[in-house]
Design a protein around this ligand. Structure first.
Ligand code: BV8
Length: 234
């Protein structure tokens, strides 16, 4: 069995839940009270851009009042013993603030915006964003977020990282949103996959994993336990 050197950590909203950021699909979740397509789709943006901007302005403001939790810190700490790449669906910056040095944001970043005309022009934007906030070339700025129905630009880099992972740790995701939820299929077939979640959802790709180990519980408790398990592997 190959010695574990590289760990890919695939995270979702659950890793930030104990920091006080609402998940999407839980009771009282972000999508509760919102039709996803109203606030997180190009159609919603065209129909009511102010509603979409306010949805992200509220989340950007809320992000200033939260801090990383023990799961973020543990994921950063194990960089001392392993090569670690975090592949997150989250748009918050808690992995970076927790100390992780290699983070791929599959679905964008709350603190960044981009030109509606040119997706490659990305700007840091810690404050509220309004209609009339324009890029230097004069086009409207939008959240640097991947909405439903939009391509996932960081998918290829994420797949390349999974291709040579020696271990995958999944933390706090319902594994329902594609293509992010398919990423474990790009990891080598015989490596250990650990899944930390109080309510783990075994999707098709995970049902094909032959070394899947579930750590059922909250991330702050189960992420340290999962790393102890990974470190105990030959
Ligand atoms: C694309 C940014 C194509 C916005 C997001 C039918 C079948 C399959 C797929 C589709 C389909 N119809 C449409 C699709 C495609 C669609 C999709 O997957 N839809 C789903 C809903 C069915 N995907 C797309 O549209 C993607 N693009 O396919 O493009 C294409 C190709 C070519 C050309 C053009 C287009 C784009 C998807 C990205 C959408 N953007 N976010 C924002 O953040 O506001 S997705 C959104 O969901 C977030 O990013 C979030 O990260 C992601 C996944 O959610 P989770 O993170 O898993 O959160 P959730 O609440 O679901 O779960 C939380 C988990 O935490 C739970 O398991 C819970 O138990 C756990 N938990 C709770 N507390 C704790 C905990 N865990 C640990 N500790 C705790 N304390």
């Amino acid at each position: 069995m190959k010695k574990i050197k590289k760990i890919c950590v695939l995270t979702g909203a659950g890793v930030s839940a104990e920091s006080g950021i609402a998940t999407f699909r839980g009771a009282g979740g972000l999508w509760e009270g919102h039709d996803i397509m109203e606030v997180a789709s190009p159609q919603g943006w065209h129909r009511n851009p102010e509603l979409v901007l306010e949805f992200y302005n509220q989340r950007r403001r809320a992000m200033k009042n939260v801090v990383p939790n023990k799961a973020h810190y543990t994921i950063a700490e194990i960089e001392k013993n392993f090569e670690v790449v975090v592949i997150t669906q989250n748009i918050d910056d808690l992995h970076e603030r927790g100390g992780s040095t290699r983070v791929i944001h599959l679905h964008g970043e709350l603190n960044k915006v981009r030109s509606v005309l040119n997706g490659h022009e990305i700007y840091d934007w810690p404050g509220d964003l309004h209609l009339g906030d324009l890029c230097p070339e004069g086009s409207q700025l939008r959240p640097h977020i991947v909405w439903f129905g939009e391509m996932v630009p960081m998918l290829e880099p994420a797949i390349r990282e999974m291709n040579n992972a020696d271990c995958v740790l999944i933390v706090g995701t319902s594994m329902q949103v594609y293509p992010a939820a398919s990423l474990t299929a790009y990891a080598p077939g015989n490596i250990p996959i650990c899944y930390v979640d109080p309510n783990p959802q075994i999707n098709y790709e995970l049902s094909r994993a032959n070394r899947l180990k579930i750590f059922k519980g909250p991330a702050t408790v189960e992420v340290p336990r999962a790393f102890e398990y990974i470190q105990s592997l030959p």
